[in-house]
Write a protein of this length. Structure first.
Length: 125
């Protein structure tokens, strides 16, 4: 299953849920290739095998940022310093999606917070 969304205004998030067995075993890159055309999409949340088999059922949050969207290699390295993905508890999805949508926080900040967690998970407060 994968879920992704785009931001359209101060209070409404447009989220698309996809629950299709055809995606079982798909790689992160395969999913990203499918959604690359959406310029408003900053993050994709994936419910993968790890999500389903381990508690707290943390979703994989993946940035859609590519090197081509950055000013230079240094900019890309800064924005992906903690990787292009991290895990988040389901309750963190709204927080991440909303703040990325309004530009209040960046993906790299959430990735850094997840990196600080002993289990590598962003836990919404």
């Amino acid at each position: 299953m994968r879920a992704y969304g785009s931001w359209d205004g101060p209070h409404e998030a447009h989220v698309h849920l996809v629950d299709d067995p055809a995606w079982a075993g798909a790689t992160v890159d395969e999913v990203l290739d499918t959604v690359r055309g959406d310029e408003n999409l900053a993050v994709v949340f994936l419910a993968d095998r790890t999500t389903m088999r381990t508690r707290p059922h943390a979703l994989l949050a993946v940035t859609t940022l590519t090197r081509e969207e950055c000013v230079d290699d240094e900019d890309y390295a800064r924005l992906t310093a903690f990787g292009r993905e991290f895990r988040t508890v389901p309750a963190g999805v709204h927080d991440i999606h909303a703040n990325l949508g309004i530009g209040n926080l960046g993906f790299e900040e959430y990735a850094a917070w997840a990196h600080e967690d002993p289990e590598g998970i962003y836990r919404s407060s």
